[in-house]
Design a protein around this ligand. Sequence first.
Ligand SMILES: C[S@@+](CC[C@H](N)C(=O)[O-])C[C@H]1O[C@@H](n2cnc3c(N)ncnc32)[C@H](O)[C@@H]1O
Length: 179
Amino acid sequence: MHEIYNPAEDSYLLIRVLSNEIPEMLNKNKKLKILEIGSGSGILLEMLKKLGVSKDNIFSCDLNPLAVEHCKKLGFNCIESNLFENIKEKFDLIIFNPPYLPRDIREPLSSQLSTTGGKKGNETINRFLKQSKEYLNKDGKIFLLTSSISGKIKFGKYRKKMLDKEKLFFEEIYVWELK
Ligand SMILES: C[S@@+](CC[C@H](N)C(=O)[O-])C[C@H]1O[C@@H](n2cnc3c(N)ncnc32)[C@H](O)[C@@H]1O
């Protein structure tokens, strides 16, 4: 059974970015429609609600059924989906704190789904980047977290701006705004 991800430094860096960015975005568009891929414990969904995003405009999915059940119990729209597989709409903002660590056989199976992004750590992120454009409204954007220890990230045609970063013990993590 896969565990629900326990919020960590990556979650808290995104919390900081949301606190800095969402008020201004809401000022411009009160009906901001947001999708979080990989909602886990729902910590970022709760933050969006706290910042004033209407619950009806917050959507989320996770590959882990336990996380989906948990976020639904918190009262959020959440479905089981492998990235965008079961997503049918477009959004003004898509948020993803992905699994980004390179595969490590010492990592327990129960937490791999949340932490391991393929052999070099970049596979889930690159799949996400390849699919994401179709799900953005005009002028929509993405907040994506990556790490210095993931393999090469293929940002494609997105214009990217680093919104925040944090130096950790053995890596640096970044949050990118992609348009
Ligand atoms: C690093 S955790 C982030 C959880 C939470 N958003 C946070 O910031 O604390 C990554 C989440 O993505 C989910 N996940 C992994 N691969 C996925 C995929 N292909 N599609 C959807 N969710 C996925 C995991 O189950 C996990 O909940």
